[in-house]
Design a protein around this ligand. Structure first.
Ligand code: BES
Ligand code: ZN
Ligand code: ZN
Length: 492
């Protein structure tokens, strides 16, 4: 658990030295003005906010001295209606702007307990920096107490949920940000084995031998170019009270060179983040367990390093999957779908109520949707469930189609499917979705309808390459963790 203490106060706190008080700035009579807050602002009431550099511009910050040696952080909250997600971002931006404070009190304008909670969440996930590789001179962030000051007090169980979620997001970021010389299939497995201890989940790590025995053909094919062998990590939470089953599948490419279909140097730079899908679903299972939700959740982390070597798979190699399907590998850089196919086959075998896969699958997702939206594809129930869950959590997803005519782009002369036509970027994100769909089984031999399934392409938002904003620093973001937890809540 985070070592930051969190408090909620519903009466104006006594303004004191060494504490930063966060208050919103909006516009009144075309001038910057303080937004409503329960914090005592008498000491700064006479300031000309424009002259001290305060602006209503979203996330703009200015520091001014307050009563008793305190500091006020005046943060622009814009001039539009703000919801829980806007508050989460503002609280994150405020916390980021205060790395030198141990004690922060946020008095943003909230209108219910859920919004007060969003302020806490934003502060906790905004207070993140990855400094493990920075050397000892780098000063870590000092935050040790966050106080949310508003008229509303969330329940203890709601607060616990926020703490669990913030911790899970921070863990995903740590895993994603770790450089690929330290983060390879076995180290990812070891990291999860460590945190699984005593958490109420069971974890199995399938090594090369087991992968062969189980015919995890895609994971083996992608992993065979690396000196660091692939793994399948199965993390399961099965409470006695569970009636529904959720299966999660994650892309865990610890580094994606493209394989023999080699990426250019510039295209390889973000590829340590190609395992964030797996990190996200692993942390989602742990979070759902920590919240004791009455649902059976199984995570399949499909982990390999996609390297170039004499043992690497070749373009036009054919993979024979455990379910009998064959795939001609025309492009070794479309490796995510090859490993996910194994995970989807395993997930299908347990006949769950819903399968969700999370993957940094295609550069096409970034071209189509930019870097803030997750591409959502799937069948009806899957898409509807994930849309609602994303909306409840405040995360951005966009439903993309799986047009029938694009399926023909995967036809192979030799095998059942090719994995991608080299040099044809047509609807790349959607073709990726089509490929995965082929590996989601039907409900039963009698009921040919497909198991409910959703695919989340996080190639855009998985890592933040631009300047920090809201509760995001640079690097891995932890996107979709909140949506997955909401999905589990919606299913029970
Ligand atoms: N890991 C990449 C996708 C990616 C690209 C994620 C950029 C984040 C940023 C994936 O394995 C890949 O290389 N996909 C190919 C698919 C294509 C060959 C169909 C791509 O997007 O070019
Ligand atoms: Zn690739
Ligand atoms: Zn990849």
């Amino acid at each position: 658990m985070t070592n930051v203490k969190s408090l909620f106060v519903t009466k104006a706190p006594v303004v004191s030295a060494g504490v930063a008080y966060v208050v919103g700035v909006t516009t009144k009579n075309s001038k910057p003005a303080l937004a409503s807050t329960i914090i005592e602002t008498a000491s700064i009431a006479n300031l000309d906010l424009a002259l001290v550099g305060a602006k209503s511009t979203l996330e703009h910050t200015a520091r001014v001295p307050g009563a008793n040696g305190s500091v006020f952080l005046l943060i622009g909250i814009g001039d539009e209606e703000i919801d829980a997600e806007a508050l989460r971002r503002l609280a994150g931006a405020a916390t980021r702007a205060l790395p030198d404070f141990k004690d922060i009190t946020l008095g943003l304008p909230v209108s219910n307990a859920g919004e007060a909670l969003a302020v806490l969440e934003g502060a906790l996930i905004g207070n993140y920096e990855f400094i493990s590789f920075k050397g000892s001179k780098k000063q870590p962030r000092l935050l040790s107490t966050v106080t949310v000051a508003s008229a509303f007090k969330p329940t203890d169980s709601a607060v616990k949920e926020s703490l669990v979620i913030a911790d899970a997001i921070r863990s995903i970021r740590d895993l994603g940000n770790t450089p690929p010389n330290d983060m390879y299939p076995q180290t990812l497995a070891t990291a999860f084995q460590k945190v699984a201890k005593g958490s109420g989940v069971t974890i199995e790590v399938w090594d090369e031998k087991r992968l062969i025995a189980e015919n995890m053909a895609g994971i083996l094919a992608v992993g065979k170019g690396s000196s660091r062998p692939p793994r399948l990590i199965k993390i399961e939470y099965k409470p006695r009270s569970a009636k529904k089953q959720l299966a999660l599948v994650g892309k865990g490419i610890t580094f994606d060179t493209g394989g023999l279909t080699l990426k250019p140097g510039t295209g390889m730079i973000g590829m340590k983040y190609d395992m964030t899908g797996a990190a996200t679903i692993g942390q989602a299972v742990l979070a759902i367990a920590a919240l004791a939700l009455p649902i059976h959740v199984t995570g399949y982390l499909c982990v390999a390093e996609n390297m170039v070597s004499g043992t690497a798979q070749r373009p036009t190699d054919v993979i024979r999957y455990r379910n009998g399907k064959t795939v001609e590998v025309t492009n070794t850089d479309a490796e995510g779908r090859l490993v996910l196919a194994d995970g989807l086959i395993l997930a299908s075998e347990q006949k769950p109520d819903l399968i969700v896969d999370v993957a940094t699958l295609t550069g096409g997702a970034r071209i189509a949707l930019g870097v803030r939206y997750t591409g959502l594809m799937g069948n009806d129930f899957g898409v509807e469930t994930l849309k609602k869950a994303a909306e409840a959590s405040g995360e951005l997803v966009w439903h993309m189609p799986l047009p029938a005519e694009l399926r023909t782009l995967l036809n192979s002369e030799t095998a059942d499917l090719i994995n991608s036509k080299l040099g044809d970027p047509t609807g790349s994100m959607l073709v990726g979705g089509h490929f995965l769909k082929e590996f989601v089984a039907s409900k039963s031999p009698k009921d040919k309808t497909q198991i409910a399934w959703a695919h989340l392409d996080i190639a855009g938002p998985a890592n933040n390459e631009v300047a920090p904003y809201g509760y995001l620093s640079k690097g891995a973001t932890g996107v979709m963790l909140r949506t997955l937890v909401e999905t589990a809540k919606a299913l029970v």
